[in-house]
Design a protein around this ligand. Structure first.
Ligand code: PHE
Length: 339
């Protein structure tokens, strides 16, 4: 009996199977009810009493060894067949697709970079505003028709809560809280109650600039804007300032640049004038300085505000404004490589 156990133990330890079918046959051969090991257990009653203890132990060891060996072989089939399904080393690697920055962010960042080079920092303010910061402090008297220049979204229950129509609202917040010299840009989203079409949207983006110090003049404004236009659109770009009106600047102007699409010769984009308007600007009205607690006899300053969509259109000739907010990746991913 002991010899037989030794013999089987030796066999069991050297078991090998090429596939699961072969393995199953081995299991049947050794471990099934009529298998070799079970047969030994059946013969156990014939073992002499004084040997029972020792032989019983050996038999159990043999059974465990057979079970372990079969399990081990089974596991090796499981993991190698799973590996075969998962890993095909001849496949090309999955491409990792990188996102791209939104064209409006790219252009906004370029505007910020250009003005950073002449010392402008950044400040931000809330998009949900009150009448004072959007209109009152900026010298729009109540009921003044200039308020109609910008169709405003109000909250029905509370006419003092509104969506800012321009980033000039950040001017009034900054001037009330900071002492000159102030040299800041205010980038952000603004809202106007306009029908959505290819050339108008109910929200868009502006970058506002504000510079307050002693002895700031209109010549400083013009110089800063000329520098900006040439950095943004190329050294050959010309600017012109046309007199205009904003309640918060005096004098006020609108700035055109020579059309960068036709080089000033005239094309449909500039309506054959050779010029395109890009921003509003002016010297900060002394009333605004006083409204915000700045002494207008000591300080003066200039402000300007531009639409980011407009600048982006000039750079990339996007004909339909709505594309900027439709999140079509095929449109959005074209721009980063141009920078
Ligand atoms: N806030 C004005 C607008 O939205 C632009 C502007 C800003 C004009 C600063 C003058 C000075 O149209």
């Amino acid at each position: 009996m002991k010899n037989k156990i030794d013999e089987l133990l030796n066999e069991v330890n050297n078991l090998a199977a090429k596939n699961l079918d072969e393995l199953e046959n081995l299991r049947i051969k050794y471990l099934s009810k009529k298998g070799e090991i079970s047969n030994l257990f059946n013969d156990f009653r014939n073992v002499a009493n004084e040997e029972k203890r020792e032989v019983g132990q050996l038999l159990n060891e043999l059974k465990n060894a057979a079970q372990d060996k079969i399990n081990e072989l089974k596991n090796s089939f499981d993991s190698s067949s799973a590996d075969q399904q998962k890993t095909d080393l001849s496949l090309t690697a999955d491409p990792i697709k990188l996102g791209t920055r939104h064209p409006l962010s790219l252009v906004k960042n370029e505007i910020i970079d250009i003005f950073a080079r002449i010392g402008f920092g950044i400040a931000e303010g809330p998009e949900i505003e009150d009448d004072w910061h959007v209109f009152g402090a900026l010298n729009f008297p109540p009921e003044h028709p200039a308020r109609d220049m910008q169709d405003t979204f109000f909250i029905e229950q509370n006419p003092d809560v509104l969506l800012r129509t321009h980033t000039s609202s950040v001017q009034s917040r900054v001037m009330a809280n900071q002492k000159p010299p102030i040299r800041l840009l205010f980038p952000g989203r603004v809202y106007r109650n306009e029908a959505i079409s290819y050339r108008a949207h109910c929200f868009f983006h502006q970058v506002e600039g504000l510079y307050i110090d002693k002895n700031v003049s209109f010549a400083d404004l013009k110089q800063a804007l000329m520098y900006f236009a040439k950095e943004m659109f190329g050294a050959e770009t010309d600017i012109r300032l046309r007199p205009s009106y904003f309640p918060f600047t005096e004098p006020s102007a609108e700035m055109d640049i020579s059309c960068n699409i036709c080089g000033g010769k005239g094309c449909p984009f500039c309506k054959h004038t050779g010029w395109v308007e890009i921003l509003g600007c002016g010297m900060v009205d002394p009333n605004v300085l006083e409204n915000c607690g700045i002494d207008s006899k000591v300080y003066s300053g200039f402000a300007f505000g531009m639409g980011v969509e407009r600048i982006t259109n000039l750079k990339f000739q996007v004909k339909d404004l709505r594309l900027f907010s439709e999140n079509d990746v095929r449109f959005l991913e074209q721009f980063e490589s141009a920078y």
